[in-house]
Design a protein around this ligand. Structure first.
Ligand SMILES: *Cc1c(COP(=O)(O)O)cnc(C)c1O
Length: 549
C-alpha cells in the first residue's frame, strides 16, 4: 500500500456513512464532479496530458496487487483517479481525434447516466426493473420500426407481448452479433421429430441428425472479428466463418459468394447464416444487401446485417438508400454507443420476426418464468443495466431529424475531406467514403508518378517503405497529442491486392470541422518534414529515382 496514504478507520459507522452521506460540497470528488458538469471540454483539456506516455510507464501506477487492508479516504482515491487515470485517458470527444468509432457525447448524457446509476435497476427481470422493462421494449420497437417500417398494428400487437421479442438489448455489437447467430443456429437446427433440437442436444447430435459434417456462416473478408468469436462460442469453430472475397470497394462479391455456397454444399457443410456488413469497420463500405437477401432467400438461410456502425444511416432521407435491402434482413445489429451517441456499453439486435428470439429462450423456476415479462429469458447476458433509458432519451431528445442531420453532416464532411485529399499532390486517397469513414496516406507527387510506372515487384518495394513511413507519421502524430487518426492495412486493387498501411479517419463527431481536418494534414506534413534524413526517406528516393531511368 502507498505509504503516504492515510488510512480511514474501519468501522461500521464509517461504512454506513459511505452508503448514506453524500460527499461534502468542497471535497475533491465533489469538485471533480462539478467541473465535469460545468465544462466537460475544459475539464478534459485541463486534466488529460496531451503528450503520450509509454504504457509500460503507466503500468507502474497500477502494479500493486494487494487490496488495501485499511480503507483509503474517498478524496484520496478521487485525487489518484484525477492524477493517474483521467490524466492518462484518451480524449475521445476531441474534434481532432478522428481515428476512433468512439466520439463525443451530448451533454445530457452525463446527468442522465448519473440518474441511471442512482436507480440501479436490473433488467434481468421486472421485479428489479419495473418501468425499465416496457421502456426497453419500446426502444426496441422504435429501432425495429426504423429498420423494418411495419404498420402501427404490428407494433400494437407485438411491442409488449411477453411471448415475443422485437430484439434484445446488450452490451455492444459483439454480443448483438453473437445473439443473432445464436438464434439463427438454433432455428436452423431446431427440434425435428425425435430430435429435441441443438439447444438441448448440442452441435454434434445436431449434425448427426441433420446429416451434415459442419456448420458455417458466410461473410465478406471485411467482416468484424466478433463473428469469429461468435463461431467459437457457438461451437461451430472459427474456421467455419467463411470469408468471401470483396470487390475494389470492400464489398462482398455475389459471384464469389455463390461459389463458396457451392463449395460448402460439396463438402456437406451446412451454412445457417449469411452476414451482410452495413458499414465495414475499416472503410465504412456497405455490402449489396438486396442481392444478399436474394441469395439468402434462395438458399433458405438466415440473413443477418451487421449494421453496428452504419445502421443509423437509416435516419437520413438523403443517404438511407445506400442501405437498401436491410429491411429484408432476418436480424440487424446496431451499436448504440457508436452512431446513436449513447455512452459506452450498449448495443442491440433486432429481429424482423417477433418469434425468432424464442429459439434461445431460457426459463428458470425462481426467475424469468415462462410467460413473464422478464427480459432475461431472451438475452445472453443475465443482470444488465438500464442503458435503454439513455437510448430512449437520445432517440427522443435528438429525434429523427436530429440524427439525420448528424449523419448527413458526417457523410458530407467525409466527402469534402476526400475531395481535398484528391486535390493535394502529396497525399493519396485510398478508399473513398461511402459513409463517413475514409482512408488515405502520404505519397508525394514524384512517388505517385513512380508507382504509376512501376512493375509489381517495384511497386511492392515502394509500398513497403511508404507503409513504414505511414506508421511513423501516425505514431508521431498520436504521441504529439493534438490530433489522432488511426491506421489499418488494406489491399487495394490498384496495388495488385498487396497490403498497404493507411490512415483511417472516422467522422462522427459533430464538432469536427473542415478546418480541424486541414490541421490534421498540416501536422502530418510537418512530421514528414522532420523525417527527411531518415533511412526510409533515403530508401524511398533510391527506389523512385531508379524507376525513372
Ligand atoms: C464496432 C463493430 C462491432 C463490434 O461492436 P462492439 O460494440 O465493439 O462489441 C461489430 N461489427 C461492426 C461492423 C462494428 O463496427
Amino acid at each position: 500500500m502507498n505509504k503516504n496514504s492515510k488510512a480511514a478507520a474501519v468501522s461500521m459507522e464509517n461504512l454506513l456513512r459511505i452508503f448514506t452521506v453524500p460527499e461534502a460540497p468542497g471535497s475533491t470528488l465533489s469538485r471533480l464532479e462539478n467541473d465535469i458538469s460545468a465544462n466537460l471540454a475544459g475539464f478534459l483539456q485541463d486534466h488529460i496530458v496531451a503528450e503520450e506516455t509509454d504504457l509500460v510507464k503507466i503500468e507502474r501506477d497500477f502494479s500493486d496487487s494487494l487490496i488495501p487492508e485499511q480503507p483509503v479516504y474517498v478524496s484520496e482515491q478521487a485525487q489518484f483517479l484525477l492524477d493517474k487515470v483521467v490524466a492518462q485517458s484518451v480524449h475521445t470527444s476531441s474534434p481532432s481525434f478522428v481515428g476512433h468509432m468512439t466520439s463525443a457525447l451530448p451533454y445530457f448524457m452525463i446527468p442522465l447516466s448519473k440518474i441511471m446509476i442512482a436507480l440501479n435497476q436490473n433488467l434481468v427481470k421486472t421485479e428489479t426493473s419495473k418501468a425499465f422493462t416496457p421502456l426497453e421494449r419500446q426502444v426496441l420497437g422504435m429501432l425495429h420500426r426504423l429498420v423494418y417500417e411495419q404498420p402501427d398494428e404490428f407494433y400494437d400487437r407485438w411491442l409488449h407481448d411477453s411471448h415475443h421479442h422485437l430484439g434484445a438489448i446488450c452490451s455492444g455489437g459483439t454480443v448483438a452479433n453473437i445473439t443473432a447467430l445464436w438464434a439463427a443456429r438454433n432455428r436452423a437446427f431446431g427440434p425435428d421429430g425425435d430430435f429435441p433440437g441443438i439447444t438441448r442436444s448440442g452441435v454434434f447430435a445436431a449434425m448427426r441428425h441433420y446429416g451434415c459434417e459442419g456448420m458455417a456462416v458466410l461473410v465478406s473478408e471485411r467482416g468484424h472479428y466478433s463473428l469469429s468469436k461468435a463461431a467459437d462460442v457457438l461451437g461451430i469453430g472459427r474456421d467455419q466463418i467463411v470469408a468471401v472475397e470483396t470487390d475494389g470497394q470492400n464489398r462482398i462479391r455475389p459471384d464469389a459468394l455463390r461459389a463458396k455456397l457451392k463449395q460448402l454444399q460439396q463438402q456437406n457443410i451446412r451454412p445457417f447464416a449469411l452476414v451482410g456488413v452495413a458499414g465495414t469497420t475499416e472503410t465504412g463500405n456497405i455490402d449489396p444487401l438486396d442481392q444478399l437477401a436474394d441469395i439468402a432467400e434462395e438458399h433458405g438461410i438466415h440473413f443477418h446485417v451487421d449494421g453496428a456502425w452504419g445502421a443509423p444511416t437509416l435516419f437520413s432521407e438523403r443517404y438511407r438508400g445506400r442501405l437498401k435491402g436491410i429491411e429484408r434482413a432476418d436480424s440487424v445489429t446496431i451499436d448504440a454507443h457508436k452512431q446513436l451517441y449513447v455512452p459506452m456499453g450498449v448495443g442491440l439486435v433486432l429481429f424482423r420476426d417477433p418469434s425468432a428470439l424464442s429459439s434461445i429462450e431460457h426459463h428458470a423456476q425462481y426467475i424469468i418464468r415462462k410467460g413473464s415479462k422478464d427480459l432475461g429469458s431472451a438475452t445472453l447476458e443475465g443482470s444488465r443495466p438500464g442503458m435503454a433509458m439513455l437510448v430512449h432519451s437520445a432517440l427522443k431528445i435528438i429525434g429523427r431529424r436530429g440524427y439525420a442531420m448528424l449523419i448527413d453532416n458526417g457523410i458530407e464532411l467525409a466527402q469534402r475531406f476526400a475531395d481535398r485529399i484528391e486535390s493535394l499532390d502529396d497525399f493519396e486517397l485510398v478508399s473513398a467514403p461511402e459513409l463517413n469513414i475514409l482512408t488515405y496516406r502520404w505519397v508525394p507527387a514524384q512517388v505517385q508518378a513512380a508507382l504509376r510506372d512501376a512493375d509489381v515487384a517495384r511497386s511492392i518495394e515502394i509500398n513497403e517503405v511508404l507503409s513504414r513511413i505511414t506508421r511513423i507519421i501516425q505514431k508521431t502524430q498520436r504521441e504529439l497529442g493534438k490530433a489522432f487518426v488511426s491506421r489499418t492495412r488494406l489491399t487495394p486493387d490498384r496495388y495488385a491486392h498487396h497490403a498497404i498501411t493507411v490512415f483511417r479517419v472516422v467522422l462522427a463527431n459533430p464538432l469536427t470541422t473542415d478546418e480541424v481536418l486541414c490541421y490534421v494534414i498540416d501536422e502530418q506534413r510537418e512530421i514528414v518534414s522532420t523525417l527527411a534524413d531518415s533511412e526510409d526517406f533515403v530508401e524511398l528516393a533510391r527506389l523512385t529515382s531508379a524507376s525513372t531511368d
